[in-house]
Design a protein around this ligand. Structure first.
Ligand SMILES: Cc1cc2nc3c(=O)[nH]c(=O)nc-3n(C[C@H](O)[C@H](O)[C@H](O)COP(=O)(O)OP(=O)(O)OC[C@H]3O[C@@H](n4cnc5c(N)ncnc54)[C@H](O)[C@@H]3O)c2cc1C
Length: 562
């Protein structure tokens, strides 16, 4: 197994170890950043305490040594067969290997782990070398009734790695870290074949040699894998321009208990329904993605980011809708509502925050909304698109806040998860949820989700902060991403969030939002899947699963309602 960082209970790794940032020349890099170890600025702390009715307090996670772990339930004869198949080094049931692959990074996952609960730990961790070994281990586990959970970067925020099983069978994690290489580069066709365990930074490094990029950069870029992106239909920060990850996959190999399926025929095919679409978003329920071929593009010659301010959320939405209608949406589009804009100003410092503060105040947008936009590509095209979008944004009341604001967003865009750890250390509930809606439904969905969260988390003297931004614009609509901060209920933290999440999900679905835009279904959203795809849709998915996974061993705790 590759060298591992120190094992901790922190959600996003020990503070200040590695963080993605943009170096000179626009290259994304990973370096150490000690400043992330810093606690919340004093002013921000005071402001949040007042606004939330929160009493800052020290609520550190239990030390790793105190996490409780039950003995492995993997039957000895099954373990022996797996060792024969994969080799001793690739069948691990030691404490550290199991703890490292326990759950994902949702608030619920983190709260459980921080309290010392690892009851969802796998019984063993397997690291196959290739498709053939993966297919063989799936058949073996199917024969012996052992549940298999594929594990990429472990960044699921919807309980995608929960490993729960109604029949309480032993659970093994299939860690894809040994299948993380670049397999082939077809420059003329702009196609690259990779192992599913490859992470974004490693792929971008490899592509740089060919002057190519994938351009898929989710906030979890440091840790998430390409197989994970495909299994969850992820969306990156520039996906308005580059496309969602499901748009970028040309073909893939899926190892299932029933055999190996090769799906997708680039450049295009009309040979019946698209089986690739079944594998994308399957969240490990049909098998393990063991290879992917993705579309890449020339590295952009220029990248421009800038900030704009709008008087109100409605004005910002109307402006983006008009850009969408004229096919002029920038590659990066993020419109923050007044609460998020205010919080950004409060939590961030430096030139970007000063420039934004100045732009909002001097132009009479004191309580306004921040829009960050970005373009990438050939200089002539970027300039032409930027000019056309600028004139529409101006016509719609937008005020340019300048490139320093855009660049500040670019520099700090990977820091949120580190800050989340600091907030959890001080008695806060911190979680996000997301949805998408058509342009016409978007305002109602926004109101409904916010209201539900605020009502569910309010209490005597307590009020949550719900911050929202629009990201990922389409011709037909956009996604909404909500971040919630509230005083944590130290007695019943899980129930507190589960109640709020239930209320918000019911409300946003009733208002016309989708169950998820890019986080996937996982364990957390599965009770609502039939609301989105209908009972017959769920039956179709079950039928496909029965064909590829007759014993139901592939990640049974996610996607399909129990
Ligand atoms: C701080 C933070 C920021 C995030 N930002 C974004 C964002 O900007 N955009 C976004 O879309 N998501 C985001 N996410 C969610 C998460 O990063 C994505 O869902 C990501 O695609 C998961 O990749 P992973 O490799 O970590 O998968 P994992 O978390 O390991 O797995 C996710 C699911 O996919 C399955 N799976 C993983 N690999 C395979 C495989 N090879 N074959 C079959 N099934 C597999 C797992 O069993 C699981 O159900 C964020 C998460 C965090 C914690």
């Amino acid at each position: 197994m590759a060298e591992q960082p120190e094992l901790t209970v922190q959600g996003w790794g020990p503070p200040g170890t590695r963080v993605a940032h943009v170096a000179e020349g626009g290259t994304l890099e990973l370096t150490a950043d000690k400043s992330l170890a810093k606690a919340l600025p004093k002013a921000a702390r005071k402001h949040l305490a007042r606004e939330l009715g929160w009493t800052p307090r020290h609520t550190p996670p239990v030390p790793v040594e105190q996490i409780e772990l039950a003995p492995s339930r993997l039957p000895v004869p099954v373990r022996a067969e797996l060792v024969t198949l994969l080799g001793l080094d690739n069948v691990r049931d030691d404490r550290e290997s199991r703890l490292r692959r326990t759950g994902g990074k949702s608030y619920l996952d983190l709260v459980r782990r921080r309290s010392g609960d690892a009851s969802d730990a796998p019984d063993a961790v397997l690291t196959p070398a290739d498709t053939a070994e993966t297919a063989a281990l799936l058949q073996l586990c199917s024969r012996h009734g052992v549940v298999v959970v594929p594990f990429g970067g472990g960044t699921s925020v919807v309980g995608g790695l929960s490993g729960t099983d109604v029949d309480d069978r032993p659970v093994v994690v299939v860690d894809l870290s040994r299948m993380s290489g670049l397999v082939a580069v077809d420059v003329p066709s702009s196609l690259v074949t990779v192992g599913p365990g490859m992470r974004g930074p490693a792929l971008e490094d490899a592509l740089a040699e060919h002057d190519l990029t994938l351009g898929h950069v989710p906030q979890s870029w440091e840790f998430a894998t390409l197989g994970g992106y495909a299994a969850t239909r992820s969306a990156g920060q520039a996906s308005t321009g580059v496309g969602r990850f499901d748009d970028l996959v040309a073909s893939l190999t899926l190892a299932t208990p029933s055999g190996v399926l090769e799906v997708g025929s680039p450049p295009a095919s009309a040979a019946g329904p698209d089986l690739l679409g079944l594998a994308l978003g399957s969240e490990g329920t049909l098998g393990v993605i063991t290879e992917l071929t993705v579309r890449v593009r020339p590295r952009p010659r220029v990248e421009e980011h800038e900030g704009w301010s709008f008087r109100s959320w409605a004005a910002g939405l109307a402006a983006l809708q008009r850009l969408a209608r004229h096919d002029l949406l920038p590659d990066v589009v993020r419109l923050s509502d007044p609460d998020e804009t205010r919080a950004n100003l409060l939590l961030s410092g430096g030139a970007g925050a000063r420039a934004l503060r100045g732009a909002l105040r001097s132009r009479g947008h004191g309580g306004g909304c921040l829009l960050v936009v970005g373009w990438q590509g050939l200089p002539t095209l970027v300039r032409a698109r930027q000019r056309a979008a600028t004139s529409l944004l101006r016509e719609d009341g937008g005020k340019r806040a300048g490139s320093r604001v855009g660049e500040a967003w670019v520099r700090h865009r990977f820091e949120g998860p580190y800050l989340r750890d600091r907030l959890l250390d001080h008695g806060l509930l911190v979680e996000t949820l997301e949805t998408a809606a058509t342009w016409s439904a978007l305002p109602t969905v926004y109101d409904a989700a916010r209201r539900a969260l605020r009502e569910a988390l309010a209490g005597p003297g307590k009020q949550p902060l719900v911050m929202t931004h629009l990201s990922h614009g389409y011709a037909t609509g956009a996604s909404l991403y909500l971040t919630v901060l509230a005083d944590r209920d130290d007695e019943l933290p899980l129930q507190q969030w589960l109640g709020a999440k239930r209320a918000a999900t019911d409300a946003l679905l009733a208002a016309g939002g989708t169950l998820t835009h890019h986080h996937a279904v996982g364990a957390d959203h599965r009770p609502w899947l039939d609301r989105e795809v209908g009972p017959l849709g769920v039956d179709v998915l079950r039928a496909v699963k029965a064909s590829l996974d007759p014993e139901g061993i592939c990640n049974p705790g996610v996607l399909l309602p129990s």
